[in-house]
Design a binder for this molecule. Structure first.
Ligand code: GLN
Length: 194
């Protein structure tokens, strides 16, 4: 199984390490042609406006939409979540607009810019150690979206079919269980197309 990590900006190497611990081959993705060989794609954290601009510049918007339309799983973390959302609060233009969620950027305010906590995540056996860094929140979800985790009653992880998002960074600890969960989503996709 080959899983790409979009390498335009942000926390790329850590995702490659975690997805490899989960048993997949990690691929650093810099060109749209590379998407063809992939079974799944991770869009990392970083700065969503910058990632969005670079995605437009290097023609990743249409390419990732086409990838997702084939039913291939996409996992966005933090800024990656923001670029996957259909709606961004404060009237900012959506980027990929793949997932039926509304997001608020930097939603934890200055006092809680970055912190770590243990989270219960639906589908994972053990609580996950989650690192939040100037993280977004999901403020509304469509009917097809399954909420996987909340923190203080706010949504911090969700899934819509083959799309997975988390407002935190799951790649900055030794716990790769959410990456394993993503590889299970890829196996489900592969079983469906065979
Ligand atoms: N605050 C960043 C943004 O709004 C996201 C931060 C992150 O990815 N850790 O794009």
């Amino acid at each position: 199984m080959k899983v790409g990590v979009l390498a335009l900006q942000g926390a790329v190497a850590e995702h490659i390490r975690s997805i490899e611990l989960a048993g997949a081959e990690g691929v650093t993705v810099k060109h749209t042609e590379q998407l063809e060989e992939l079974d799944g794609l991770i869009i990392p954290g970083g700065e969503s406006t910058t990632i969005g601009k670079l995605m437009r510049k290097y023609e990743f918007i249409e390419a990732i939409r086409a990838f997702s339309e084939q039913g291939k799983p996409v996992f966005g973390t933090c800024a990656g979540l923001i670029v996957m959302a259909k709606e961004i609060e404060n009237g900012e233009e959506a980027h990929l607009g793949l997932m039926d969620i509304k997001v608020s950027r930097n939603a934890f305010g200055r006092q809680r810019e970055s912190f770590e906590t243990n989270l219960d995540v639906k589908g994972l056996q053990e609580p996950l150690r989650a690192v939040f860094i100037r993280a977004p929140l999901i403020t509304a979800v469509g009917n097809e979206v399954d909420i996987l985790s909340t923190y203080n009653d706010e949504i911090v992880a969700a899934r819509q079919g083959h799309l997975l998002v988390s407002s935190f960074h799951p790649e900055l600890t030794d716990d790769y269980s959410l990456h394993t969960y993503f590889t299970e989503m890829i196996k489900t996709y592969q079983a469906a197309v065979l």
